[in-house]
Design a protein. Structure first.
Length: 98
């Protein structure tokens, strides 16, 4: 079974903790170390399971996290890919919805 999830990386610990406080009011989030392959981040990221992707989309659209405060990735088997139309297509094929 492949481990697939979404990850938000931040440039500051303050931004990561503020995002966690805001997002956890709407969906389950897990604080985790930023993957080594993701550079220019503070070292703390938020993990969101693929099944919670639609709730994350809505929370981000609603401005719970300022747009410039994070970078979004899709992680599959430990490999992070920047969030874009291609990573969304993979998620839809996997049944994650979005």
């Amino acid at each position: 079974m492949r481990a697939c999830y979404q990850l938000l990386a931040f440039d500051s610990t303050h931004a990561a903790m503020a995002a966690e406080r805001s997002l956890k009011t709407r969906l389950p989030v897990t604080v985790m170390p930023t993957l080594r392959q993701i550079t220019a981040a503070c070292g703390i990221s938020l993990r969101i399971e693929d099944r919670d992707g639609p709730a994350l989309d809505k929370a981000l659209q609603d401005g719970l996290v300022p747009p410039g405060a994070y970078r979004r990735y899709r992680v599959e088997d430990g490999v992070a890919a920047p969030w874009n139309d291609e990573t969304r297509k993979v998620e839809k094929r996997d049944g994650g919805g979005n």
